[in-house]
Design a binder for this molecule. Structure first.
Ligand code: NDP
Length: 281
């Protein structure tokens, strides 16, 4: 069966171009969107994510700043930095790259970010507004997935979507967005009994687990749309998803690859949220 390869990388590049036009216009109006990325310590994956965010900002015309802080920084010092950024009118978006060192309470850090500058959409205010369907910054990865559905004209209404993973940054928000788009959503997680029983009924599968190649062909109903959020490093050091792409792809209607699928969309939506914050300035 022929399937459609969902080109997240290409769509993300297109979105960055569209955003650049918006940013050019904002700059003409005297507003340069500003994004501050805070990196505590030097977690290798975080280094690479942060680099991608800074590079994309430059491309779109967002004035970005990377604040590197030592892993030993105290929570009080980190919170003080965030409070100062909350008060800085040139800063539209504040992003604290996760994970944080163990001695820092990540929830407290996130809750200190001004919800109006919370371009990751992780604060309780934005999360709460998402739950009740009010205007909110939508977390970037789920927003990117919904954007892929839109651009590929994949109608989710009435479809059975099975979300595997229930994290605050992916699983929970994507299940809400799918539900708001009129999908029927089943949420699965590590305590789900007989995962296969659910995924085999799914028209849409969102895999957000973080386990290399856990979804094999027997999990898939032929003709399903499969979105692979997982980013795992295999034994050879290559990035691979949660889905065993080679055997699953031929069964699907459409599927995202890893890399070049959801990852670039996450960054593109961060750019979109920052531009939105600047517009609301
Ligand atoms: P978390 O570790 O926070 O959540 C993983 C979820 O998977 C949990 O809900 C867990 O269940 C569930 N899970 C674990 N094992 C199983 C299993 N055997 N069967 C079913 N469910 C299981 O991860 P994140 O949501 O932060 O990230 C998930 C993956 O997506 C990771 O690989 C991450 O790197 C990647 N990611 C990719 C992004 C991108 O831009 N492409 C952005 C963000 C994340 P339980 O709740 O019961 O523990």
């Amino acid at each position: 069966m022929s399937y459609q390869l969902i080109d997240g990388k290409g769509i993300a590049a297109k979105i960055r171009l569209e955003l650049k036009e918006e940013v050019d216009y904002l700059i003409q109006q005297g507003i340069t969107p500003g994004l501050v990325v805070i990196l505590v310590g030097n977690h290798p994956a975080s280094e690479s994510y942060v680099k991608g965010k800074i590079k994309a900002s430059a491309e779109v015309g967002i004035d970005s700043q990377l604040i590197r802080l030592p892993a030993e920084i105290t929570e009080t010092e980190l919170l003080a930095r965030i409070v100062a950024l909350n008060e800085d009118p040139s800063v539209d978006g504040i992003l604290v790259q996760l994970p944080l060192p163990d001695h820092i309470d990540a929830d407290r850090v996130i809750q200190t970010i001004d919800p109006k500058k919370d371009v990751d959409g992780f604060t309780p205010i934005n999360m709460g507004n998402l739950v009740i369907g009010q205007e909110a910054f939508i977390p970037c990865t789920p927003a990117g997935i919904m954007e892929l559905f839109k651009r590929y004209e994949i109608d989710v209404a009435g479809k059975h979507a099975v979300v595997i993973g229930r994290s605050n940054i992916v699983g929970k928000p994507i299940s809400l967005l799918l539900q708001q788009a009129n999908a029927t959503v089943t949420m699965c997680h590590s305590r789900t009994r007989d995962l296969l029983k659910f995924t085999q009924q799914a028209d849409i599968i969102i895999a957000a687990v973080g386990r290399e190649h856990m979804l094999t062909s027997d999990y898939i109903k032929p003709g399903a749309v499969v979105i692979d959020v997982g980013i795992n490093r295999n034994a050879e050091g290559k990035l691979v998803g949660d889905v065993k792409f080679d055997e699953v792809a031929p069964l699907t209607k459409a599927i995202t690859p890893v890399p070049k699928g959801v990852g670039p969309m996450t960054i593109a939506m961060l750019m979109a949220n920052t531009v939105l914050a600047a517009k609301r300035r």
